[in-house]
Design a binder for this molecule. Sequence first.
Ligand SMILES: Nc1nc2c(c(=O)[nH]1)N[C@H]1C(S)=C(S)[C@@H](COP(=O)(O)OP(=O)(O)OC[C@H]3O[C@@H](n4cnc5c(=O)[nH]c(N)nc54)[C@H](O)[C@@H]3O)O[C@H]1N2
Ligand SMILES: Nc1nc2c(c(=O)[nH]1)N[C@H]1C(S)=C(S)[C@@H](COP(=O)(O)OP(=O)(O)OC[C@H]3O[C@@H](n4cnc5c(=O)[nH]c(N)nc54)[C@H](O)[C@@H]3O)O[C@H]1N2
Ligand SMILES: [Mo]
Length: 710
Amino acid sequence: MNEQPRREKFFGACPHDCPDTCAMIYEVQNGSLVEVRGNKQHPMTRGGLCVKLKDFADHHHNPDRLLYPLKRTGPKGSKEFKRISWEEAISEIGARWRDIIAKHGAQAIMPYSYLGNMGLVQGINSGDPFFNRLGTTVNEKTFCASGSSTAWLLTVGPTGAVDPESFVHAKFIVIWASNSISTNLHHWPFVLEAQKRGAKIVVIDAYRSRTAKAADWHICPKPGTDGALAMGFINSIIAQGLVDQDYVDNYTYGFPELKERAAEFTPEYVSRTTGVAASDIEKFAREFATAQPSVIRLGVALERSAGGGQAIRAACSLPALVGSWRYVGGGLLQMPLWDFPIDWVKAARPDWIKPGTRVVNNLRLGAALTGEMKLDPPIKSLFVFCTNPVSQAPETNKIVEGLQREDLFTVVAEHFLTDTAKYADIVLPAAMAGEAEDMMWSWGHFYLTYNQKAVEPPGECKPTSDLWRMLAKEMGFDDPVFKMTDSELCAEYINWTDPKMGGIDMEYFKNHGYFKIDVGPADTRTPHAQGNFPTPSGKVEFLLHDAKNFVAGPFRAMYEGEQSGEAVDPLPGFVPPRETPETNPDRAKLYTLNIISPKSHAFLNSCYANEPHKVKVQGDQFVMISPGDAERRSVRDGDPVRVYNDRGDFEGVARVTDDVPDGVVVATLGYWRSLNRSDGSVNCISSDAWSGLGRAPTFSDNLVEVQRVN
Ligand SMILES: Nc1nc2c(c(=O)[nH]1)N[C@H]1C(S)=C(S)[C@@H](COP(=O)(O)OP(=O)(O)OC[C@H]3O[C@@H](n4cnc5c(=O)[nH]c(N)nc54)[C@H](O)[C@@H]3O)O[C@H]1N2
Ligand SMILES: Nc1nc2c(c(=O)[nH]1)N[C@H]1C(S)=C(S)[C@@H](COP(=O)(O)OP(=O)(O)OC[C@H]3O[C@@H](n4cnc5c(=O)[nH]c(N)nc54)[C@H](O)[C@@H]3O)O[C@H]1N2
Ligand SMILES: [Mo]
């Protein structure tokens, strides 16, 4: 009688910017998404969802969601909008752009996107074909892993390297600047399994994070000094006679030069620079070399200071030096992404960029919009999707100033009226993951994961892919890519004939939901036991073989020409952070504390930070400070504090704790400034300076001062 209609099930893929890319199941009843579960069949993500995703259906039903296109009626940032139709929205965008192009050229228009959605069809690069065809400014996207990737490519080339599932075989696991329990949760059981089998877990982190607390050994260098630490490890390995000379002779390039460089990094010097005891440096070197297989999981955060890239090159040299690559589970894990058979050229159409088109980096948005960069033509229109720069990009006060320009025509496609969307002239309501078909790659494992459309989007929300179809029509482009369906696009971007695809086709995804690309079995795989590194020399390049020729294959276009203007050091080494009491004493007279701003446990970047039940788990914006530093400022636990430097300020609640060393404060990322105390969040204080490699951000390289708010 009161029989419930049957629940339909669809395959899902978590769309978030996270290494885990969980396989999920959407459950639908009467056309409504009622539950989202992890897919238990999946060998890596195993049916568990994190604190962010465990009520993902509610996220879809959040009453604050944007449901209709909006047009601004009040001053910029006032949140005064009126509802308009999609036809009006698209034709207004078309009209404004035609006018801008006539007066200033298409480069006065700039897209701005990031990994709010990682999907090949709905995510970060989905707009590239359209904007490249239109001839806009190219937005260089180096928020994350660009410094790490540059260092990786220079040293070991585009290899997926160690399978995260092979970690169970490791005996010495180093998690370097990654808070895995919060940011890579589904890798943690593999680490624990290794520990159960006798492995030692070492976390190298600038404060006692959740993951550091769970480790066997926490090594705590001063922020941004990891380059010195890694070079110190190299020196100590050599000094203690622990080099695997056979591996080094056959599969590495430039050992004599590395040895000479490393000799400068005596235990005493490294200890003074990093704050890590000389005895710990020697002990680490000994154990890393002898407790084989040893493996390093490189966190993205390692790149976030002036010397980040150089530090990563040094860290990437360690396993080759001691021959870890010989063993199953030994070596390095950065991003398995490099092995994915995806046709990035088809997905992003870099071949449509006209020669001479200018590039504006996403970390310099404030400088670009305010005129500080003196762009000619200036940016007259900004099109933002899948990112929230007012929360996530550095020097946010400058960005807000730029977004308030009356002559800037800003369009934002979003789920919510974020700190960025509120400054838009036109807001476009975006579909969520369960509402659009997509194909997800991963930067934390070797699975491609298919996301089926489970339900219709609510209101008038549209998937991102529809934007490019509508805008292409409006601008008169009839290239085939703008007429393809989402299903066709999913299939289009995969190189099905690559042996790693194992001969499968789209039907396989429709029946199974995910596929592990064929890189060999995790229990026997040793990808670099005999070298075979995809570098110019085929070896691990301690010394650059040919700096101009460092990227093989399809990634060449992405990394060609290190554009920072600085020559690349032929060897790894230590570049000191820009902002510390030791390296910038004048600045340190005003601001004495190094701030680090890692990820929040219960938010995904700024996603979910507007949802009260997630803020309840995460806590209000807090500032962790050592007992000594707190006492010197008359700050007690729970006091409201202001954190400031010359770039801006934000407020939070003090957490006095010896989890942070003296001289360091920690404030996690993602809080919306409009929901925080005093309209500020952590990126108000961070610098838009690049680190040395890959134009990476320097979020861990900022001095601030903290004062109690009365
Ligand atoms: N819960 C949650 N998960 C996430 C995200 C999120 O916002 N929330 N974001 C996703 C994204 S985009 C990314 S890139 C990944 C990032 O994942 P992680 O690489 O884990 O990034 P973070 O949490 O920023 O930083 C990790 C650790 O590095 C430490 N650290 C910072 N600077 C330094 C330094 O100079 N030296 C050393 N040794 N340690 C340092 C921090 O204290 C922190 O504990 O996480 C993804 N997963
Ligand atoms: N201080 C400091 N700053 C940092 C970092 C740090 O560690 N410290 N980390 C940096 C890193 S690693 C990263 S990756 C960046 C991340 O920065 P962002 O990529 O800007 O991350 P989010 O805040 O998650 O913003 C994504 C936005 O996209 C929206 N969105 C999600 N899916 C879709 C969709 O399908 N369509 C549309 N139109 N919108 C969608 C979401 O609602 C959200 O508002 O932040 C960087 N900023
Ligand atoms: Mo990231």
